[in-house]
Design a protein around this ligand. Structure first.
Ligand code: P6P
Length: 341
């Protein structure tokens, strides 16, 4: 059960510990929470309100947009543009940055978000989520530009996700551990139900889209084959596999019981000049912040994700994250392969 601490109370009490906190950050987080409540309601109603299916358009990634991709993006913009805490926003669903309109004051933060990650799952009623990341706006807030967003993940001041599953949950870090909140639909409040979430260092559960196996690089082939070899193989233990095709759901499982999630770069991606599937600024970085704050690790296989100097707003990166000892094993295999080369 729980002691009834709401997410608002939790955030305020957290901010009280920070000297000079003005309440801006608390208010920004609460606007994000409100947006996630609205999205939860929209996703939950689904076809009852006609929001499923394709919008008949493509996003900057060239991916077909679902109606919910566009609707949830609008929810995030409207909920966060007016209060004066942000100078600009960036979204998976928008080619360019969104500068706060002139009728509203501008503030000291930047917000990046994927309004509905895993949206291909909405039509088949599988869990989806929202991912967000908060950065400080450097220099002049009056006219933030794309460069203002080009900050490595270690510069994030907060990151979180909402998971629209059997329960709607929010998981949040402000750099002081990871805490999970469950939406009490009866009162419309997120309640602290998973304080101080931590990822076990070891796991026997891996998540990867195995349909790409023939394209994987050698270190990933080696790691997955060793897991599949089970007790007869070099690991000496059997492994379990999961793939939900919804990063938020995968990461939440890992936060709850451990595991390793991999979306590595592969030969098919290299052939088209892309460096991964998942986006750095609003998927990999916020999830890496959360995972590291929970005691896990997050790497491309070759470098710590949160240290990558971004080159582009919609840059894609390889992602290997979760239980620290397993991530470090995969990183070690990459290093061995590089040394052999
Ligand atoms: P695939 C969803 O589109 C997403 O960005 C992540 O949430 C998910 O982990 C991945 O892509 C799924 O990719 O190739 O299995 O559809």
């Amino acid at each position: 059960m729980h002691n009834g601490t709401t997410i608002t109370q939790f955030i305020i009490e957290e901010q009280r510990k920070i000297e000079g906190a003005t309440g801006d950050f608390t208010s920004l987080l609460n606007d994000i929470v409100t947006a996630c409540k609205v999205i939860s309601n929209m996703v939950n109603k689904g076809e009852l309100i006609g929001v499923l299916g394709s919008a008949g358009s493509e996003n900057v990634q060239g991916e077909t947009q679902k109606k919910l991709d566009i609707l949830t993006n609008e929810v995030f913009l409207r909920s966060n543009e007016w209060a004066g805490h942000l100078s600009a926003m960036a979204s998976e669903e928008m080619d360019e940055i969104y500068e706060i309109p002139g009728q509203y004051p501008r503030g000291k933060y930047l917000l990046t978000f994927d309004p509905l990650d895993g949206s291909s799952n909405t039509d088949v009623n599988v869990s989806v989520g929202t991912i967000f990341s908060i950065l400080r706006c450097p220099g002049e807030r009056v006219c933030p530009n794309l460069d203002a967003f080009m900050q490595p993940g270690v510069q994030q001041v907060a990151a979180g996700y909402a998971l629209y599953g059997p329960s709607t949950m929010m998981v949040l870090t402000t750099g002081n551990g990871v805490n999970g909140f469950t939406l009490d639909q009866d009162i419309g409040e997120f309640i602290l139900t998973h304080p101080d979430m931590t990822i076990p260092a070891d796991t026997r559960e891996f998540a990867i889209n195995a349909s790409n196996m023939r394209f994987w690089e050698a270190p990933v082939q080696r790691y997955v084959n060793e897991c599949l070899a089970g007790t007869e193989g070099p690991r000496g233990e059997d492994f379990n596999m999961r793939w939900i095709a919804s990063m938020v759901a995968e990461v939440h499982r890992i936060l709850t019981r451990g595991g390793i999630f991999m979306y590595p770069v592969d030969d098919k991606m290299k052939a088209t000049g892309t460096e991964g599937k998942l986006r750095l600024m609003y998927e990999a970085n916020p999830m890496s912040f959360i995972v590291e704050q929970a005691g896990g690790a997050s790497s491309t296989g070759r470098e710590r994700i949160m240290e990558i100097a971004p080159k582009d707003l919609h840059q894609r990166v390889p992602v290997i994250l979760g239980s620290k000892n397993e991530v470090e094993r995969v990183v070690g295999y990459h290093a061995e392969t590089a040394a052999e080369a």
